[in-house]
Each structure stands twice: as structure tokens, then as C-alpha cells.
Design a protein around this ligand. Sequence first.
Ligand code: ATP
Length: 355
Amino acid sequence: MKQYNIAAIPGDGIGVEVIAAGLEVLQALADKSETFDYTVEHFDWGSDRYKECGQFMPKDGVTQLREFDSILFGAVGAPDVADHLSLWGLRLAICQPLDQYANVRPTRILPGITSPLKGVTSNDLDWIIVRENSEGEYSGQGGRSHVGLPTEVATDVSIFTREGVSRIMHFAFQLASTRPRRKLTVVTKSNAQRHGMVMWDEIASEVSTQYPEVRWDKMLVDAMTVRMTMDPQSLDTIVATNLHADVLSDLAAALAGSIGIAPTANINPDSTVPSMFEPIHGSAFDITGKGVANPMGTFWSIVMMLEHLQQSDLAEQLMAAIEMVSADKNNHTPDLGGVATTRVVTDSVIKCLGE
Ligand code: ATP
């Protein structure tokens, strides 16, 4: 029996609801497993804490997290707190110091779910997006001068380093090589961004020589949105910068049926540092407290966590339960056009795990 320590950071809004549901499902898995057990510590970090004491998490928050095997994260953001403060105060404040440089976002149309793309089924849309998660457009470089004056100036500088780009390319080529189609699309904007993005293309080409089994192509990010909607079958693994993949993965989630289903893993492949798993969606205050948040994105994120912890049997069991539950429209929450509650979906998944 292997014992894992998991840090749970539910955060704000529906983050609290979906993490509670996720932990119930994880407990159901652990109850019947002979290889997996865990302890969980809850951290009340988020916007309420910020409003009380000016900090989303304590100064030594990252040091505390280093002791854990994995982090399960809900969402951060509140209507009365500026988005850039909450993002940089919690999510990025964890990802960047822990160097979780690969943000991995699988997208599939699950059984029973209908894509807004006419006639597109699960056979046509099965992607995995790898987002560079440590630098690029979200490196935090920049500033504002002469604030409030007509001469005010503001900069956000994109940083691309050879080391940063090389490691994400290796990660993406390696991942593509493990998928049946062995196909990678490298997304850039190297026509307009003629420095960092041109280096990105060059490094992709260099790294590709070490993965001859992977077929790869390049796309400009604007053309990529057209290809995702008009020719989804032609894509498999996708790698893009922090900003480009942020946008493309929301589009991908919507094309697969709902942002409520999509999962994310923030991976540092060095297993001495915890990786972080979270649904792709935000705190969604419009539905907070109504009990209708779709917990599937959190369940699927837990599948990714179990895979990362090398508990592949449990990961497969949970994914099978998710797919069985999604196949029945009685389990569809309002974001999928149904009337099911978070409670109903959670109970259905737990019931499937027990069968
Ligand atoms: P962010 O924190 O990224 O600014 P947000 O709180 O504005 O995000 P999003 O995650 O972008 O919300 O989601 C947009 C909308 O989609 C939400 O306002 C909500 O109506 C719906 N939504 C998001 N996640 C879920 C979910 N898990 N279940 C049901 N509906 C959801």
C-alpha cells in the first residue's frame, strides 16, 4: 500500500464545490484499493484570505507545498478582486516557483456529450494540448510608468529562453510519441513575432530530429482556430506558448461540449516537486452556491493526478466511471443542457466505482 500526501486548495467560488466532490470520489477509489491510500490537508488560500489580510497564501506557502506528493487545486478569482491580482497571487505564485513548466490539457468528446460542431464525434476530436507554463507572455516582465498621465506607458514583455522552449518541445514530442497517432502540431505566430517565435520554430525543428517517429507540422495561431473548428480530425498533440495555448484550450473545451469537463495538469516532471491538478474552468460566481457546478473536470484532473502518481489502474477505473456517467443524460449538469446537480453526478461516479 502506497501512502500519498495531497494538498487541497479549493480556492474560490465553485472551486470549493468541485474539490469537495473530487475528494469524495478519490476516497471511494482509495476505499477499494489495495495499492493506494492518501491523507489530505486543506488550505483555505484564495480571495477571502486576500480580503482579510492582503495575501492569497502565506509567505511560506510554496515551501509548505513542497512537502506534498500532489496538489489538487479548484479555482481562484472573485468578482470584487482584480483578476490579475488573484491569478498572480495564487495560481501563478504556485506554478512558477515549483517550475511546473508543462501544462497538459486533454480534450475529448466524452460519451453522451454533443459537440457544438455539427457531426463531430469522439472519433474526430481527441487532442492533447501542451501549454508552456513558465515563461512566454506570462513571464511577469514589464511595468507601468507615468501612471495616470497622458504619457503613461505599460509593457508586458514576452520572454522565450532556449532552455524553456527546448524542454517544452521535448515534453511535447515525447508525449506525442506515446499516443497512437504520433502526431504533433507546433503552434506559433512567427510571421508577426519575429524573434521569440522564430526561435520557437527553430528549436522545434532541432528537437524533432530526436523523435523521428513523430510526424509534426507548424501552424500560425490564428489559422489554428480555423483548423480546430473546420478540420478537428487532423489534430492530435498540440504544443503552444503560454498565451496561445491558454486561448486555444478554452476553445478546445467548448468544442468538446463544455468548459466544465476539461481537466489540467501542471507538471514538473522532476518527481521531487509536486505537480498540480485542476479543472480548466474558473470560479464561476454566476453558479456558485447553486449546487450545479459540473464536477467532471475535477474528476478528470484526478485521473491525471493518479496517472502522474503511477496509479494507472485507478486512473483507468475512474476514467471508465466518468465515461459511463457522462453517457447517461440524466447525469448532465446545466452547462451540458441537463438538470443534474453536482451531488447527482458525484453519487453516480461513486456508484459506478463500486460496481
Ligand atoms: P476565470 O476565473 O477564468 O475568469 P470565470 O469564473 O469567469 O473564469 P469560467 O471558468 O471562464 O468562469 O467559465 C465561464 C462560465 O462557464 C461560468 O461563468 C459558468 O457559467 C460556466 N462554467 C464554468 N465552469 C463550470 C462548471 N464546472 N460547471 C458548470 N458551468 C461552468
